[in-house]
Design a protein around this ligand. Structure first.
Ligand code: GDP
Ligand code: MG
Length: 195
């Protein structure tokens, strides 16, 4: 995929702020620090596009990036914040619920750190994506941190815990080696063209 333009469009708390043009959307989700911003930047061959969503005030919002003027990357906030109170948690869940129920996402990308066993938050998010009827791509980040042997073992551990559907794809990724970069783009573009 040749990226000719990638623009930050808007941050949203609710549907009144979503883009209204009905272009396909790819949603990215994962625990804080999983490497979501790095992954988005790496797919877009950009050093900073997803950084916008890291500026203060935007990290807990839904951020929309318009790619090549034909589809959106949608960055939803990393779950599993340590310091969040009950009221914030409810607000946060409501915001993500509303977006995922909006019928907009064409593909959900769930990011998991290849070195870690999925936790309750990861499993909940995966179940949630399934219940929304999304096609799901699971990306195991930071693959460069493990040997090939260890990668194989971790992939088995993660698959056992997640129990993925046959139609879901699981791929490792690394921002250093860009392994599976083209394959991931193929999957994304397939989804966009189907919609
Ligand atoms: N070695 C390595 N580090 C990574 C990779 N992806 C992300 N990181 C690092 O992991 C940390 C968290 O990444 P970030 O993209 O900010 O995570 P986010 O909180 O999910 O957006 C940063 O220090 C990144 O440099 C990767 O593929 N390989
Ligand atoms: Mg981030």
């Amino acid at each position: 995929m040749k990226i000719t333009s990638a623009k930050f469009i808007t941050s949203a708390v609710d549907s009144s702020n979503y883009p209204q043009d009905n272009l396909p959307q790819i949603v990215f989700s994962g625990r804080s620090n999983v490497g979501k911003s790095s992954f988005i930047n790496s797919l877009l061959n950009s050093k900073k596009i997803a950084k916008v969503s890291q500026t203060p005030g935007k990290t807990r919002l839904i951020n929309f990036f318009l790619i090549n003027d034909i589809f959106y990357f949608v960055d939803i906030p990393g779950y599993g914040y340590a310091k969040i109170n009950q009221a914030e948690m409810v607000k946060f869940a409501t915001m993500i619920d509303e977006y995922l129920q909006s019928g907009l996402p064409a593909l959900a990308v769930l990011l998991l750190d290849i070195r870690r066993e999925p936790n309750e938050d990861d499993l909940l998010m995966y179940d949630y994506f399934k219940s929304c009827g999304f096609n799901i791509l699971i990306v195991l980040t930071k693959a460069d941190k493990l040997s090939n042997n260890k990668i194989k073992k971790q992939k088995q551990i993660i698959e056992k815990k997640l129990n993925p559907r046959v139609q879901d794809t699981i791929l490792k990724y690394s921002i250093q080696t860009k392994v599976n970069h083209d394959l991931i783009w193929d999957i994304i573009l397939d989804q966009i063209n189907e919609g």
